[in-house]
Design a protein around this ligand. Structure first.
Ligand SMILES: [Fe+2]
Ligand SMILES: [Fe+2]
Length: 236
């Protein structure tokens, strides 16, 4: 029995190492937390296999795979089968869940970031950079969401009722490039905030800022993953 379990695990490990990061997250969104933990990009750079991504990032492949095997869906990350959803249902989900979350949270995070940079910028200069980066990310996201909501998403719905309509591929390319640009900003924030770890002496606003940044970036990773790896693939 023990041998059987080992063989089963080995088979699953072999299977996982050759899958792309995007495929794994598309099948089980809860595994996104593992890729985030190891700083492996699952939304913009998700086309690499787990083995290639670990090699490039100098990570222990077995350790990452073991973490993936130990992580399964729970109530906070329900295993919704996004790949099976129709494009229009997925569009409504993205707008109602992720776009609403972004719009509801930009202002409060910018307020926290500016306050922390003003009070602590002198002895923690990374807070000034975080304030600038998050403001840049906010401005880019506002125009990005508007493009999706007014150009691409209505086109997706229109094509479902009239299949002879064609998408403007330039728009999809622009949106993908903007996802990459957001990913670059987010990685820099993650890096200089020491993966959202406030210093021991941090005040409550400092702690709240890092907590909200972590939450916002988790949501953004899932949001971009749904668009790049599921929605855009459905319509290409
Ligand atoms: Fe979006
Ligand atoms: Fe987007």
């Amino acid at each position: 029995m023990f041998l059987y379990i080992c063989n089963l695990n080995n088979d699953t490990m072999l299977e996982l190492k050759d899958k792309t990061i995007a495929e794994i997250v598309s099948e089980d969104i809860s595994k996104a937390s593992v890729f985030k933990k190891y700083n492996l990009d699952f939304c913009c750079g998700g086309g690499k296999t787990v083995e290639d991504a670990c090699l490039k990032a100098n990570l222990n492949l077995n350790e990452v795979i073991q973490d993936l095997l130990n992580t399964t869906s729970n109530i906070n990350a329900p295993n919704l089968n996004f790949k099976e959803w129709s494009a229009d249902f997925l569009v409504d989900y993205i707008v109602n869940v992720h776009h609403t979350y972004v719009k509801d949270n930009l202002e409060v995070i910018n307020e926290f970031a500016t306050k922390v940079a003003k009070v602590h910028g002198q002895h923690a200069p990374e807070t000034i950079e975080i304030d600038d980066l998050f403001m840049k990310l906010s401005n880019e996201l506002i125009s990005h969401l508007e493009k999706e909501e007014t150009i691409l998403f209505p086109a997706i719905k229109a094509k479902l009722t009239n299949p002879s309509l064609a998408y403007d591929n330039d728009v999809i390319k622009i949106l993908e490039d903007e996802h990459d640009a957001a990913g670059t900003i987010v990685k820099r924030i993650q890096e200089i905030s020491n993966n959202f770890t406030p210093p021991e002496w941090a005040c409550n606003t400092y702690k709240a800022l890092y907590f909200k940044l972590d939450e916002f970036i988790n949501d953004l990773y899932q949001h971009i993953h749904l668009e790049n790896n599921i929605l855009f693939k459905k319509i290409k």
